[in-house]
Design a protein around this ligand. Structure first.
Ligand SMILES: CSC[C@H]1O[C@@H](n2cnc3c(O)ncnc32)[C@H](O)[C@@H]1O
Ligand code: ZN
Length: 443
């Protein structure tokens, strides 16, 4: 027997469909969800909910209520570089375009304005939690805190100086201080963000593994993104990057491996053996022609696969519904199997699997009594969504992100009929235009 229904609550939402994204992937019709003190306090048939006294009640007649989406990998502030350098392969894109631009433009103000732009776009598309890996993570944390969104911030680690600091010792010092600042905040977590095996040496990687274990922190790293990354590593070290990370103790259940677009069967076995998480970024992998991640094979091997957009400079949007649609379609093409990545699994990748990867599945990722109320509602009443046989089909295979209506994070309303409640869209867009003028050299 489940927990008893509450007699009172702060918020009671009646919906035509509720997708809890819990075991067995039930689709509940004409149910209600109660929220008390930011936590889900009941999910019950609408009839039973009529006896509950609520401070606020909401009827979502042709809407789906589901967990907020989790964008498990991105570089928020890079939204200010959206469209700056298109149609290049990864290493040319980074070395000849993005890193020079970052060297010239990235500072605290850039990260503040770019992170706000990213967060506004993500909230409007139904994302309630995201992971960020970028310079000045303390500035991003401040924007996150003001916006009220949930986030994991993986502070950057390179072997060389960058806009944020002078080298690994400086990054560890600043990153660990940031972790200390937010250690009691249940919306913000700080993790380690060693950029990639080709930019971080053995010493800093081993140190990351030791600190992360000691402090019970997550690690996020770009890994096996291109064939060139692997060929160069084998030439230099005799090991594939995954083997090198395993040897250095960096692979484990706290580690999130981003991209994995070039994986042998043995790489998959190593990742599964260590219980590390995969973060699939299909649109970035397609745009940079990095490779095709074997998502269905990884799933069959028992690897938890989450989903991310990567930065808007290689995507070029932060639309998680679009991303999960691409993941579902591409997964079928890559495996040559139309049954691969079924709709429910695409939705799991974008919700509960993201929460597992970020180590916050006790707080969010599914609608369960006792979890924090991170919710979104999507309107399926438009003619482009008719008829609705199974709402999961519309959510995954129709172009739905602009139909996100409402969202709540820890019970706080973030989106009200498509309008942001904590951020000023006009001001954010004006600042983005201002950066465009500066970066493109307009007077
Ligand atoms: C550690 S700060 C983030 C750093 O990563 C760069 N970046 C953005 N996208 C990718 C990608 O797909 N692979 C590797 N590195 C990427 C970004 O420009 C920052 O310099
Ligand atoms: Zn990335």
């Amino acid at each position: 027997m489940g927990p008893a229904n509450p007699t009172k609550c702060d918020l009671l939402i009646f919906a035509r469909w509720i997708l809890p994204v819990s075991d067995g992937f039930p689709v509940l019709e004409n149910h209600a969800l109660a929220v008390s003190d930011g936590v889900i306090s009941g999910i019950m048939p609408a009839e039973e909910a009529r006896h509950i006294t609520a401070d606020e009640s909401l009827w979502l007649d042709e809407q789906v209520l589901m967990p907020g989406l989790i964008n498990a990998h991105g570089h928020g502030a890079m939204s200010l570089f959206r469209g700056l350098a298109d149609d290049y392969p990864l290493h040319e894109w980074l070395n000849e375009h993005i890193w020079p631009a970052e060297g010239q433009w990235v500072n605290e103000e850039f990260v503040r304005d770019g992170s706000a732009l990213a967060i506004a776009e993500m909230l409007r598309g139904g994302t309630t939690c995201f992971s960020d890996m970028y310079f000045f993570p303390e500035i991003c944390a401040d924007v996150v805190r003001r916006a009220g969104i949930r986030a994991q911030l993986a502070f950057p680690i390179f072997d060389f100086p960058c806009a944020w600091g002078s080298g690994p010792d400086d990054y560890f010092r600043k990153g660990l201080a940031l972790r200390d600042t937010y250690k009691h905040n249940d919306l913000i977590s700080i993790g380690f963000g060693p950029h990639a095996p080709y930019t971080v040496g053995d010493t800093a990687l081993s140190k990351t593994a030791v600190f992360a274990e000691e402090l019970d922190c997550t690690i996020q790293i770009h890994l096996h993104e291109t064939a060139q990354e692997i060929a160069d590593a084998v030439k230099q070290t005799g090991l594939r990057p995954i083997e090198r990370l395993a040897k250095l103790g960096l692979l484990g259940p706290r580690t999130q491996c981003v991209h994995l677009a070039n994986m042998s069967d043995n790489d998959i076995a190593v990742l599964a053996e260590h219980g590390s998480h995969a973060v699939h970024c299909p649109e970035s992998n397609l745009k940079l022609a990095s490779g095709f991640s074997p998502v269905e094979k990884m799933r069959q091997a028992g690897i938890n696969v989450a989903l991310g957009t990567d930065g808007a400079a290689s995507n070029n949007d932060l639309d998680m519904f679009g991303e999960l649609r691409t993941a579902a379609l591409l997964g079928k093409a890559v495996s040559g199997d139309a049954t691969a990545i079924p709709d429910y699994y695409a939705l799991e990748m974008a919700t509960i699997n993201g929460a597992r990867a970020l180590g916050i599945d006790h707080l969010t990722g599914s609608l369960e009594v006792g979890k924090q109320a991170d919710l979104i509602s999507i309107d399926l009443s438009d003619l482009a969504q008719q008829p609705v046989y199974r709402p999961t089909s519309q959510l995954v295979y129709s172009n739905i992100s602009h139909r996100v209506c409402h969202s709540w994070i820890k019970g706080r309303r973030m989106l009200d009929n498509g309008q942001l409640t904590t951020l000023d869209s006009q001001e954010i867009a004006d600042k983005a235009r201002h950066w465009r003028s500066k970066i493109s050299g307009e007077k």
